[in-house]
Design a protein around this ligand. Sequence first.
Ligand code: AMP
Ligand code: GLY
Length: 434
Amino acid sequence: MTKYQKSVDFKRILIVGSGGRENSIAWALSKNQLIEQIYVCPGNGGTANFEKCICLNTKSADKKSIIENCKNLKINLIIIGPEVPLAEGLADEMREAGLTVFGPGKDGAQLEASKEWSKAFMVENKIPTAKYWSTDSEEEALNILERYNQPLVIKADGLAAGKGVCVSETIDQSKEAIKEVFSGKFGSAGKKVILEEKIEGPEVSIFALCDGEKLIVIPPAQDHKRLLDGDNGPNTGGMGAYAPARLINDKDLKDLTEVVLIPTLEGLKKKKIKYIGVIYAGLMLTANGPKVIEFNCRFGDPECQALMPLMGEEFASVLYACARGEIENAPKLTFKSHCSACVVAASEGYPENPIKGSKISINVESNPSLQIFHAGTTIDKFDNIITSGGRVLSIVAQGETFDKAFDLAYSNLKDINFEGMQFRKDIGYQVRDI
Ligand code: AMP
Ligand code: GLY
């Protein structure tokens, strides 16, 4: 253990969010002996399953109460999980109140919260991305489409919970998608539209932990955005993931750090944005080289659930050092050499209209290589676990190979049940023998 780990104080942590991502971060941090208490705000039905972890029932939109709670509970480190509170400036208000926060301010969160801002930023900083047009006029958008005369990818500018993107197959579909964005379906997120050249290739996500000045790269992961096997059906928040993603090797990751992650942090610095938190770049590996299709300002969900079991014990110290702007004082972050697999169990009707309120039965035997991370769950007055959202549980397992990791995850999924439970049977097909 380094001097830094011993001498600093991150005993009391608060994690903002209620999903599988926040559940997995709480689990990873709970393993650190130096941490005494972890509050998850508001947390979910699985928060209290982990040692030292409890729910704090304040809504993340209620910034004043959260900040008051952090002060009363003597919280040393806050980690903000989801994009919405980041985009709404929760980290800024917390910092103004003297709190130590891992998560960017409103300025940095624009990387994710405005696709127009993010595309202009990429062009400005020569970060490879698909060609695009942006407009706030439906007529102009239709004109651009007519001139281009090929199907385009249509994106609402603002945050739309992963639903604001239409990868159209025909020009008519592109037209429909433009009309949909301007119909008000996405509220203020749809005031502007981004029309993007359609690119092709496998997708992979890369991540850096930043302290405003420097960054640490963690292993890449692969998400599975479509609802159904074979990458079919509608886009979702993510139905499963695995890490480390084998699509890119160490050398590729080094190159991508030079071409994407460092220029991103440097570009933010040029704009006087002190970016503390995760830079998540979603890439498409095209025939013309890797291109960024999106930035997120936080860990991915469910990529985070697959990544957390790979983090060395220093993870908490590294987040704390980032939050304090002193990454150089943190111990070296190590990663376990396992393969990690994550399969999401979702409610019937997800992603459009998830049916909630079903009783969940979990009869899995405890195993150090297996984690059940809760997302859309709650506990009723009889102590039953009940579904309360679209993505309900993440079943995560590790093994020496991806085959072993996925076998363990899928064999335990058989012992988890709720009415209408749906999950993909082919998560990790890229690295499994199926
Ligand atoms: P986004 O929310 O921007 O990540 O987009 C959601 C999904 O749409 C991505 O994971 C891709 O599968 C797809 N997508 C986004 N942009 C493009 C593009 N320019 N060309 C092809 N597919 C895209
Ligand atoms: N799984 C993709 C995301 O978190 O945006």
